[in-house]
Design a protein around this ligand. Structure first.
Ligand code: GRF
Length: 207
């Protein structure tokens, strides 16, 4: 069974989705710890409800992100973490953690990467941008994490049609349903060792 750390600084609906999947044994993994960069995050309450150890790392307590991530790495090593799931974590991971956990960090993003992603594209801003651009489809992407912002190899994507009367809030709600579905699936595939990565290409083996 894989040992999972979830980094979640927001409401944590994706965290909850993964907690439920592990508890129902839909995923061959266990969430060993939750990390948040925001002490008021609802994700911390979700962790507490499920007796999952949760830790807060605030940037203000460190000289730089590299130093903060060094401390996080110490914790990940202590818990012998196999997989890091980012779910609304507020920072781009620094080189030290990305190198240490190459192909072991995944993220979910609420658009069809490479559209509407990268620096500044988070929360409702993503869906506002989709509507303002006049895009007819959008969706969600689960991808491996590298040093860039939303630039790692894509694992799964699913799309939906943007309706003429969609608002950023309605799109966010519908995209979130996709996020939950494909994130759970990607984590399940990872935990079953079914993801084969060659460069930017991720194949599902014996799927
Ligand atoms: C999600 O939209 C996710 O794609 C993005 O941050 C948001 C987190 O939402 N990376 P939640 O806290 O999991 O509800």
């Amino acid at each position: 069974m894989k040992k999972i750390a979830v980094f979640a600084s927001g409401s944590g609906s994706n965290l909850q989705n993964l907690i439920d999947a592990c508890e129902k044994r839909e995923v061959n993994g266990k969430i060993e710890l939750v990390i948040s960069s925001n002490k008021n995050a609802f994700s911390l309450k979700r962790a507490k409800t499920h007796n999952i150890p949760a830790f807060i790392f605030e940037k203000k307590d460190y000289n730089n992100l590299e130093e903060m991530h060094d401390k996080i790495i110490e914790l990940l090593e202590k818990y012998k973490i196999d997989l890091i799931c980012l779910a609304g974590y507020m920072f781009i991971l620094s080189k030290n953690i990305v190198e240490k956990y190459t192909c072991k960090i995944i993220n979910v993003h609420p658009s069809l990467i490479p559209a509407f992603c990268g620096k500044g594209y988070y929360g409702l801003k993503v869906h506002e941008a989709v509507i303002n651009y006049g895009a007819k489809i959008t969706g969600a992407t689960v991808h491996f994490v590298d040093e860039g912002a939303d630039t790692g190899a894509i694992i799964l994507q699913e799309c939906l049609t943007v309706n003429p009367d969609d608002t950023p809030a309605t799109l966010q709600k519908r995209v979130l349903e996709i996020e939950h579905r494909i994130y759970k699936k990607a984590v399940r595939l990872f935990c079953d060792d079914k993801l084969k990565i060659t460069g930017r290409n991720v194949k599902i083996v014996n799927g």
